[in-house]
Ligand binder design. Sequence first.
Ligand code: COA
Length: 333
Amino acid sequence: MNVTETTLQNVAIIGTGSYLPEKILTNSDLEKMIDTSDEWIRSRTGIEQRHIARDDEYTSDMAAVAAERAIESAGISAEDIDIIIVGTLSPDMQFPNTACFVQGKIGAKNAICFDIEAACSGFLFSLETAKQFLATGTYSTALVIGAEKLSSVTDWEDRGTCILFGDGAGAVIATNKTDQNKIIASHLGSDGKLTHLLNIPGGGSINPASLQTIEDRMHFMKMTGNEVFKHAVRCMCKAIKQVTAKCDMTIDDIDWVIPHQANMRIIQAIASRFDNSIDKFIINLDQVGNMSAASVPVAMDEAIKSGKIKKGDKILSVVFGGGFTWGAMIIEW
Ligand code: COA
């Protein structure tokens, strides 16, 4: 008997929520801080503005608000949650994990908590991990969050990176207790030979914090932008092909694509390789920039709450981030 096929349970998303900090940093604001222009940023990235958290507003604070909104939209209580997973590259602290901070803030006292660090792919890696726990019946209800305070790891003197990033959080409640929608297929990938192209070199075991690492600005994100661009397009196209092939679909069967919101030109390059399907792509990066692991769940929540995504729609989310890591998932809503 094929045990897995006969015993795996359906996994559905029953609630979503998101949070963006109040403060907005526009391209014109950046013009006053570094040598750049609104025109350059718009034409190279599509970004017009991004949200920036207050100094006393942490990744777990944003995650907790997004979580509370997701809990409310799912119609459950925090105590119903069995597992909290936070995808983030900008945790509150190196440890304990940010999911524990969130648990304390929302009172989800029955949950086990851990983070997943897969950079901008963090939310999809976290949701896929939760799916495994739920499909096997180990747990029933998961709170999955993508949350980032990227402003705390952005080098505001580096015009090649600081124009790209923003802060925010998105969350979903996933459960095996209903068939109201379903995760149909997923595909994840990683390439550890390319860790040098996108990283924060300081503060880990290779370069522990020291006066020198601070002087060398090693605690901020470093990126070889044009190389990352090429790999992002290639890996996300590959992930779309692999996940659709898994369920005998093509892009024609998909109603909405929720891509990682890295750069409008990356999204256009991907869409052009799939029958010029740009109208299917849900895009909010012009308003929020690249929020790494928070990008997909925030865009998903906005598209659901605005009524864009409707019951029965097939959604394909595709992501790419440092590592490199990438992945895609199809959900029938
Ligand atoms: N404003 C004005 N000029 C800028 C600038 C800025 N903010 N940032 C870089 N430049 C300049 C460079 O100094 C360079 O000048 P030069 O030709 O005189 O040397 C020129 O613009 C081109 O730089 P380059 O880095 O080749 O630009 P690009 O077309 O690759 O665009 C990115 C830069 C960062 C927008 C682009 O590479 C990108 O989006 N990469 C992917 C980033 C990403 O999405 N990362 C996250 C993935 S999860």
